[in-house]
Ligand binder design. Structure first.
Ligand code: GDP
Ligand code: IMO
Ligand code: MG
Length: 415
């Protein structure tokens, strides 16, 4: 059984929580794209874990956790994450990184910031160097983990790349002269140091994935970001630089389209977005009485990676339906419904008028979810979503902790 798990909105839907939850009964988790722009929060047994690169299945010591070759690796971030998990007693014995994954180099981080500065309309990137890493990958000027095994070849390649970059980026020379990011020897030495710490985890797991598939083990494909941030999204250029849709689970992982048995789409019961770009149902949040402010406060809507404020708005079913279709979603997890407690009125966008303003349907609010019993008005709200999207809600998340999840469908893994 291979289940692909993707965010259906603009990221931060709660993917980490659901991957962790389902990993308790899964044999393998493979993260298939993105880099340390991701921030996945897992709360289990009273402890909070913030993960950027390591798959959110890592808390189950029996689950093999893999980073596929489409993931881009910031070695420093990854080592910090490994060390902080180890300090908390989490085993990394089952953690594997594809040797073919590309490395986010110091000059990628710098380039990300410089490019953003030079943009008239800011994207609001996470400044983690993700776009420039993928750019170099596609341009065949990237550096993969495997390239660092032979120091001589690596040195020559790095020399060529850095020389070219210095020329190309001479427009920014006032900024880069004082920076070590383009200093060949410092980049070379520093990267080899980091690489030494990662070496024990670098292994090609493709054969293991084939064996697991053959013996019908349960595999979760973990997506990062969200469908509306896919590089092909109509909101381009206000997107990330990887493919975030379910199809990308078949890139660099050993999984093929024929292996996928279900696609679990994760969506918040409302909507949030970090960074710039179109957000039709965005709510004002500039005063303490505004609905946007209330959602942000109750939902603790601040970015896990950058700490930035997340823009908040009502659920947009028009966009969500597009995401459901683009991913081939077979079941849904609806997250953070508890954040909507205590609203007199809750709205859902079902269409747009001729000026592209959202057309809303209104719902009566509810005081409390009363977990595990659910208020009738909550049922009305989620039933409307199911009917519109024509996909069953398999999981309803009513709090950040692992156990604050209700399994609603016969097809969902028993919790
Ligand atoms: P991800 O990037 O999709 O993994 O999501 P993030 O972890 O960045 O953001 C989701 C946030 O919502 C995290 O702080 C979670 O702990 C929290 N969360 C997840 N599910 C729920 C829920 O049902 N209710 C509440 N109140 N918080 C939730
Ligand atoms: P998770 O996995 C929310 C957004 C950034 C910016 C745009 C491009 O936690 O859901 P990038 O650094 O990728 O070039 O930035 O994408 N973005 C995210 N927003 N959650 C994420 O990841 C995101 N990763 C990138 O805010 O608007
Ligand atoms: Mg996140």
């Amino acid at each position: 059984m291979t289940k692909v798990l993707v965010g259906l909105q603009w990221g931060d839907e709660g993917k980490g929580k659901i991957v962790d939850l389902l990993s308790q009964k899964s044999d393998m988790v493979i993260r298939f794209q993105g880099g340390c722009n991701a921030g996945h929060t897992v709360i289990a047994n009273g402890e909070t874990f913030k993960l950027h690169l390591i798959p959110s299945g890592i808390l189950n010591p029996n689950t093999i956790c893999i980073l596929g070759s489409e993931v881009v690796i910031d070695m420093e971030v990854l080592i910090n994450e490994i060390n902080s998990l180890k300090e908390r007693g989490i085993s990394l014995d089952n953690f594997h990184i594809s040797p073919y994954a590309h490395i986010t180099m110091p000059y990628h981080r710098l380039t990300d910031s410089l490019e953003e500065k030079s943009r008239l309309k800011k994207i609001g990137t996470t400044a983690k160097g993700i776009g420039p890493t993928y750019t170099d990958k596609v341009n065949r000027s990237g550096i993969r983990l495997i390239d660092l095994f032979d120091k001589n070849i690596y040195f020559k390649r790095l020399f060529e790349i850095i020389e070219k970059k210095k020329l190309a980026l001479s427009v920014y020379k006032d900024f880069i002269e004082s920076d070590n990011a383009f200093d060949l020897y410092s980049v070379y030495n520093e990267s080899l140091n980091l690489f030494e710490s990662l070496k024990p985890y670098i292994k090609d797991s493709t054969d293991l994935v084939y064996q697991y598939k053959k013996s019908k083990k349960s595999i979760i494909m973990e997506g990062a970001q969200g469908s509306m941030l896919d590089i092909n999204s109509t909101d381009y250029p206000f997107v990330t630089s990887s493919h975030t849709l379910s199809g990308a689970a078949c890139l660099g992982t050993g999984i093929t389209p024929m292996d996928i048995t279900s696609v679990l789409g994760i969506a918040k019961a409302y909507a949030t977005r970090v960074g710039s770009g179109n957000f039709p149902t965005e709510l004002e949040d500039n005063d303490f009485d505004s609905i946007g402010y209330k959602i942000r406060k109750e939902g603790k809507e601040f970015g896990t990676t950058t700490g930035r404020i997340r823009r908040c708005g009502w659920l947009d079913l028009v966009l969500l339906k597009k995401a459901v279709l683009a991913n081939g979603v077979t079941e849904l997890a609806l997250m953070k419904i508890d954040v909507l407690n205590d609203f007199d009125e809750i709205k859902i966008c079902v269409d747009y008028d001729k000026d592209k303003n959202p057309i809303y349907v209104s719902f009566d609010g509810w005081e409390k979810i009363n977990f595990p019993n659910i208020h009738d008005n909550v049922y009305k709200y989620i039933k409307f979503i199911e009917d519109y999207l024509e996909v069953p809600i398999a999981y309803l998340s009513v709090g950040p902790e692992r156990e604050m999840t209700i399994s609603l469908s016969k097809t969902s893994i028993e919790l």
